[in-house]
Design a binder for this molecule. Sequence first.
Ligand SMILES: Nc1nc2c(ncn2[C@@H]2O[C@H](COP(=O)(O)OP(=O)(O)OP(=O)(O)O)[C@@H](O)[C@H]2O)c(=O)[nH]1
Ligand SMILES: C[C@H](OP(=O)(O)O)C(=O)O
Length: 204
Amino acid sequence: MRVVVPFGGRSPKTRLASFFDADERRDFAISMLRDVLDAIVDAGGDPTVVADAPVEVEAPVTVDDRPLSAVVEDELGSDDPVAVVMADLALATPAALTRLFETDGDVVAVPGLGGGTNALVVRQPEFSVDYHGASILDHRRIARDAGLSFVELDSMRLAIDVDEPTDIVEVLLHGAGRSRAWLSDAGVTLECGSGRVEAVRRRR
Ligand SMILES: Nc1nc2c(ncn2[C@@H]2O[C@H](COP(=O)(O)OP(=O)(O)OP(=O)(O)O)[C@@H](O)[C@H]2O)c(=O)[nH]1
Ligand SMILES: C[C@H](OP(=O)(O)O)C(=O)O
């Protein structure tokens, strides 16, 4: 399946600014992108990165600096199915993505923690995207208004997009690829106190 991977590489992961400076955030974002691309290829997908600035990865990259929804919208609209998988799904595995690609429905969506839409499979050209905010609600409505079936996939590995420091905890707990290694190299570890487990950074 054709898989579009949007990547905002100019100023990524601003919500992690309490942990990482701008260069580090870009480096970490590229590590996650590479993990996601590997998982897509291992799941039999054919990825294209649609980025707002050039980035060197082992997949074709289209550079387009228009807003996210506009660039993804341009990738939809054909009769062939297309998937959209966000670049910050550091826990994505081939098995989780295979399940996504094989789930039936005019539109299959993986809700992200907090209301986003972490992944989509679109099999009907009448669907359109509206990202940001609680986009899962918008995507449900857009599908319903177009008379399309909208199937939501419950997947822990695809529901966690790495936006906030609490998401870093999940990468340290469950991650295996470059993203987890990058965090360890940056001195980020888990701190288990009396409350919820936290990520902390020991600066060197
Ligand atoms: N092509 C493209 N992709 C984007 C853009 N903004 C975000 N993305 C991608 O869309 C997905 C979700 O991004 P967000 O988590 O909302 O944004 P972010 O810039 O990575 O992080 P924040 O600065 O914390 O909002 C990720 O794959 C981003 O790389 C954009 O303007 N253009
Ligand atoms: C782009 C946005 O991502 P989030 O800000 O939820 O990470 C969304 O999924 O609508």
